[in-house]
Structures are given as C-alpha cells and as structure tokens.
Design a protein around this ligand. Structure first.
Ligand SMILES: [Ca+2]
Ligand SMILES: [Ca+2]
Ligand SMILES: [Ca+2]
Length: 186
C-alpha cells in the first residue's frame, strides 16, 4: 500500500502492472510484460464523525421534564420533574464501534445529585455531581462535562441516563456527545 498501509488518502482505482523479466516459468522463460495485468479499487472506510445527541431529545421514561434555557446546547436541557427516579433513554443508531461519551450537565454547588449511565440495562458509569465548582444555577460556571471512556456500541443499543436530584440541584442534563475511538474487534 502507498506509505505502507491503506488509509483514506489511498482510496481510488489501481492497476497492477507486470514488469518484463520479473516472472519466469520453470523452463526459465520470462513472462511478457503486461502494463494492465489486473486492477482493483481501494475503498477504505474512515472513522465516523463525532456527533451530539441533546438530552432533551431522549425519550423520557420517568420524572424528567424539558426546560428552556439559552445557556444550554440546543437552548434546552432535561431537568428533574420531582423527587425519585429520573430516567430517559436513547436508541443508538450510529456505526458499530467503541466510543468515548461526553455528558454535558450543570453540576451546581447547592446539591450533590446522583446519575448512572446504562447500556442495555448494564451500568457503565455511576457518579455523584460533586464538582460543585460554580454557581447554584445553570450557567457557564456550573457547566461540566463527564467523559465515559471506551463504551462499545452497536446499532439498536439502548442508552439510558438514570438519576436522583439532590438539594437544589435538579439534575440539569444537557447533551451526550459520541466520539468514535475504534472499530469493534470481531
Ligand atoms: Ca453539585
Ligand atoms: Ca441549584
Ligand atoms: Ca441540550
């Protein structure tokens, strides 16, 4: 391959040429040169681009309400609709692979909520909103991202966020970014 391995820049049509005096039969007779012995097309698939799914587009299973706020991505986020379990789901439909997930949310300083992220009912992360770095409302100071690394995903997998609000921190959840890491090993 050009450069030693196949990559996107190498995609295209190739011709295999046989040079003179390079291939011989058992009697020592050279096979005639053939400038167009064979051809093939290289069609390497590149990594899928990163993409964002707004939390407010998740299907609400219990609790969560959609709130408007122009500090949020997409001008909306999910927010706890009361005490008890808040749950929302998203059905993954991207390319099969390993992804880093970046959850954008507002970790306010007036509560320490709890959230889990599940894939097909299996918990892949569970964390307390205890960054508490900024203010007590949704704004630039309270906004944080949590990265959940190396999550294997296939089309049709159900991703769920499940949490419980605490104090005056109502679990304001903004988005989930999907960053492709690698293809799934088969
Ligand atoms: Ca907090
Ligand atoms: Ca608050
Ligand atoms: Ca949002």
């Amino acid at each position: 391959a050009p450069g030693g391995s196949w990559d996107l820049a190498d995609n295209g049509a190739y011709t295999v040429a046989l040079l003179a005096d390079e291939v011989f039969d058992t009697g020592g007779n050279a096979v005639a040169a053939d400038p167009a012995l064979a051809g093939f097309t290289a069609d390497t698939v590149g990594p899928p681009p990163s993409f964002r799914v707004e939390a407010e587009t998740f299907q609400i299973v219990s609790g969560f309400k959609i709130k408007n706020n122009n500090v949020a991505s997409g001008d909306q986020y999910l927010q706890a609709g009361g005490n008890g379990e808040q749950r929302a789901s998203y059905t993954f439909s991207g390319a099969e692979g390993v992804y880093d997930l970046n959850l954008g949310y507002f970790d306010e300083n007036d509560g320490q909520s709890q959230m889990s992220l599940l894939v097909n009912g299996v918990e892949v992360d569970n964390f307390i909103w205890n960054v508490d770095a900024g203010g007590k409302l949704a704004n630039n100071t309270s906004f944080v991202e949590r990265t959940i690394t190396n999550v294997s995903l296939s089309s049709g997998d159900e991703i769920e966020i499940v949490g419980t609000k605490d104090g005056s921190e109502p679990l304001r959840t903004d988005y989930l970014d999907f960053e492709f890491v690698d293809w799934l090993l088969v």
